[in-house]
Write a protein that binds this ligand. Structure first.
Ligand code: ZN
Length: 89
């Protein structure tokens, strides 16, 4: 394993993956959320595989909520689902 490819844990399946294989969800200082595909913005991030199954798992096991210590707006979950669909195509 090289340090060039930082590993992060998916909050859905809890597998470690390279950052570039994950989607970053970001909580900003005003407690709003956004999706940060490039992983460059500042804030508290959680990571998900680019896989709708992992999103579903994260919703079921409250992985995102646990990571951010607050509930995730449904719109963000929907946005993530859209994003994954786009990537999968
Ligand atoms: Zn995953």
């Amino acid at each position: 394993m090289t340090k060039k490819n930082p590993m992060r844990m998916c909050v859905g399946c809890h597998e470690m993956r390279e950052k570039r294989d994950l989607i970053r969800v970001l909580k900003m200082q005003d407690n709003t959320f956004c999706i940060d595909p490039a992983g460059r913005k500042n804030g508290r991030g959680a990571y998900l595989c680019k896989n709708p199954d992992c999103l579903e798992l994260a919703v079921k096991n409250h992985g995102l909520e646990r990571s951010f210590k607050m509930s995730i707006p449904k719109e963000i979950v929907a946005e993530l689902a859209e994003e994954m669909k786009t990537i999968a195509e």
